[in-house]
Ligand binder design. Structure first.
Ligand SMILES: NC(=O)C1=CN([C@@H]2O[C@H](COP(=O)(O)OP(=O)(O)OC[C@H]3O[C@@H](n4cnc5c(N)ncnc54)[C@H](O)[C@@H]3O)[C@@H](O)[C@H]2O)C=CC1
Ligand SMILES: O=C(O)[C@@H]1CCC=N1
Length: 266
C-alpha cells in the first residue's frame, strides 16, 4: 500500500486531502500531520483519516505533501529530516519556498517537487503548476502530477517561473472574488436588491469563464463582442481605463510575485 502524508491541514491541506478522497483514494492510504488538535479532530470526523505526528507521517509515507505556511517550512523540515530517505518524494505547496531550500534541509537523494495550486481545487476546477527539484526523476514528477490532477489541471513549468505563477493562478482566485464583490456592491448602489445583484454577477462570471474555456476565443475578441459602438459597455470600459484598472492589475501581480520571492528567504 502506497501511503501519502499531508503535513499541515489548513485551507490548502484540506483541499488536497478532500480532492484525493473524492478521486477515490482510500482514507487508509492517507496520513495527516496537523499541529492544532481541534483541527485534527475535525479532519478525523470529516474524512476518517489518521492524524499522526509529523515524524510518523514522514516515516510511513512514500510521498509527503508539505502544506504549512512558508514561515513554518524550516521548522517542519528540521523536525522530519532525520526520518526521510533517498527516493522518497516531498511535494511542497508553499509559496516562495524553492526546491533548493528544501533540498538543503533534507538528506541527499530525497526528491522534491514544488507545486503552486489554487483553491478552486475544492470543486475540482483547480489550476496547479509543478516544477521538479534536482533529485527528481520522471516517475516522481508523475506522482506529483497525479496528486494534483485529482482536482484540476496541472502544468509543468520551469521553477524560475513559479513566483509569477503564484502571482497569477495561486493568488488569482482572490482577485476574481474581489472583482465579484466590487460588482455586487456596484449593483446595490444602482438600486438592485443584494440577492439579485449577487445572482447576476455570479452567473455572469460562470458564463464568461465557460466561454473562455470552451470557445478558446481570445478575451479581447469576447470583450469586443459585448462592446456596441457608443453603447453601455464602451461607457463602462472608458471609466475602467480612466481609473487605471489594467495598470493596477499589473502592479498588484508584480507585488505578489515580489512577495513570493521574499518568502523564499523565510
Ligand atoms: N490558501 C491558498 O489559496 C493557497 C495556499 N498555498 C500555500 O499552502 C500553504 C498553506 O496555506 P493555507 O492552507 O492557506 O494555510 P493555513 O494556515 O490554513 O494552514 C496551515 C496549516 O499548517 C498547520 N501547521 C503549522 N505548523 C505545523 C507543523 N509544524 N506541523 C503540522 N502542522 C502545522 C497549521 O495548524 C495549519 O492548519 C502555504 O505555504 C501557502 O503558501 C498555495 C496556494 C494557494
Ligand atoms: O497568499 C498566499 O501567500 C498564498 C499563496 C498563493 C495563494 N495564497
Amino acid at each position: 500500500m502506497s501511503q501519502t502524508a499531508i503535513i499541515g491541514a489548513g485551507v490548502m491541506g484540506e483541499t488536497l486531502l478532500s480532492g484525493l478522497i473524492r478521486a477515490g483514494r482510500p482514507a487508509a492510504e492517507l496520513l495527516v500531520g496537523e499541529k492544532r488538535p481541534e483541527r485534527a479532530a475535525e479532519l478525523i470526523d470529516r474524512y476518517g483519516v489518521r492524524v499522526v505526528d509529523n515524524l510518523e507521517a514522514a516515516r510511513a509515507a512514500d510521498t509527503v505533501a508539505l502544506v504549512v505556511k512558508p514561515q513554518d517550512m524550516g521548522a517542519v523540515l528540521a523536525e522530519i529530516a532525520g526520518v526521510l530517505r533517498p527516493g522518497q518524494l516531498l511535494v511542497s505547496l508553499a509559496a516562495g519556498i524553492t526546491t533548493a531550500f528544501i533540498e538543503e534541509h533534507v538528506p541527499t537523494g530525497v526528491a522534491v517537487v514544488r507545486v503552486m495550486p489554487n483553491t478552486p481545487a475544492l470543486v475540482d476546477a483547480g489550476m496547479a503548476a509543478i516544477s521538479p527539484g534536482s533529485h527528481c526523476d520522471d516517475e516522481h514528477l508523475d506522482v506529483a502530477e497525479s496528486l494534483l490532477s485529482a482536482t484540476g489541471k496541472v502544468l509543468r513549468v520551469p521553477e524560475h517561473q513559479m513566483d509569477a505563477v503564484t502571482a497569477i493562478s495561486g493568488s488569482g482566485p482572490a482577485y476574481v472574488f474581489y472583482v465579484v464583490e466590487s460588482m455586487i456592491e456596484a449593483g446595490v448602489h444602482l438600486g438592485l436588491p443584494r440577492a439579485i445583484s449577487t445572482e447576476l454577477v455570479v452567473q455572469t462570471l460562470v458564463g464568461s469563464g465557460k466561454m473562455l474555456a470552451e470557445t478558446g476565443t481570445h478575451p479581447t475578441v469576447l470583450r469586443e463582442q459585448v462592446t456596441s459602438p457608443a453603447g453601455t459597455t464602451a461607457a463602462a470600459l472608458r471609466e475602467l481605463e480612466v481609473h487605471s484598472v489594467r495598470a493596477a492589475f499589473l502592479a498588484a501581480m508584480e507585488a505578489a510575485r515580489d512577495r513570493s520571492q521574499e518568502l523564499a528567504g523565510s
